[in-house]
Design a protein around this ligand. Structure first.
Ligand SMILES: O=C(O)CCC(=O)C(=O)O
Length: 272
């Protein structure tokens, strides 16, 4: 028997991603891994900004312990590369293929494993609990800002587990789960009802990731992002960034907002 290991077909290079390939892999496994989608300059800027955002979130909690320490709750609040990332069409393609072009951000967090440490994501969990058989409501993306290895806490995930209502026990999960082993800049796109867990970091370096969860445009966001960003200067955001952050899928707050010209409406993206 040959000892050469075949790379599984759910690992793709960015140039090989097409909508039909994404739908095929989502249908067969509920996920795909696109390698080397982000470039080194973007990754290094993003990691610097992420460390700053982590420090600001700690300040928000005024030194008290909090459950999701080292996981920024809403990356978009910190601008910079967290907004620029929406100008990367290759990152948006898999979301659009599964959910339609009108999909919007449901949650936009990060997940950093500190040196010799872990975070709240190491429990076995799903990111979106609702099950509608045959309908994917949310697509997650774990965006690797460092190489993920078994030692530094690569995510564990159970393929095709997205219609399982109850969490598998630890014995079953850790004996059957796969690890998200891939280089920095790669992205794991997954049905956000897939059971998964962050791994423990046993190295002396940080292991950083961003996590974007997209939903259908008629669903509510976890945090109302347009309202959360209302004090931010958004003039420089691209139309795509605004659309993905939910600025074109808002509910009018009153009659005045309802009775305006079509281009000024709060919900002005095409209905899918
Ligand atoms: O950081 C990880 O490996 C997992 C992150 C995760 O599970 C989450 O953000 O829901």
């Amino acid at each position: 028997m040959s000892s050469i290991q075949q790379t599984p077909d759910y690992y793709l290079e960015s140039r090989d991603v097409t909508p039909s390939k994404v739908l095929d892999l989502f249908g067969r496994y509920g996920f795909l891994i696109v390698e080397n989608l982000l470039n080194k300059d973007f990754i290094s800027k993003c990691k610097q900004e992420l460390l700053h955002a982590i420090a600001l979130e700690k300040d928000y909690h005024k030194g008290k312990p909090y459950i999701d320490e080292n996981m920024v709750l809403l990356c978009a609040l910190y601008g910079g590369s967290f907004i620029e990332i929406f100008n990367n069409e290759r990152l948006l393609d898999p979301f659009n293929a599964v959910l339609g072009k009108g999909c919007i951000v449901y949650a936009y967090t990060s997940s950093s494993m500190p040196p010799s440490g872990k975070n709240y994501s190491t429990r076995i969990h799903v990111d979106s609990p609702r099950i509608i058989p045959g309908c994917v409501t949310n697509v997650g993306a774990t965006i690797l800002l460092d190489d993920f290895t078994e030692d530094n806490g690569a995510t564990w995930y159970l393929p095709s587990s997205y219609e399982r209502a109850d969490a598998p026990d630890e014995q079953e999960f850790f004996s059957k789960a796969k690890r998200l082993i891939a280089p920095a800049g790669s992205i794991w796109f997954f049905n956000a009802r897939t059971w998964h867990a962050g791994g423990v970091n046993n190295t002396n370096n940080w292991r950083h990731a961003l996590t974007i969860n997209m939903c259908r445009p008629w669903m509510k966001q976890r945090i109302d992002i347009p309202r959360a960003l209302s004090n931010m200067q958004t003039d420089g955001f691209s139309q795509t960034a605004l659309q993905k952050l939910g600025f074109f899928a808002q509910t009018p707050a009153n009659y005045d907002e309802y009775y305006v010209a079509p281009e000024k409406r709060k919900f002005k993206q095409p209905v899918e």
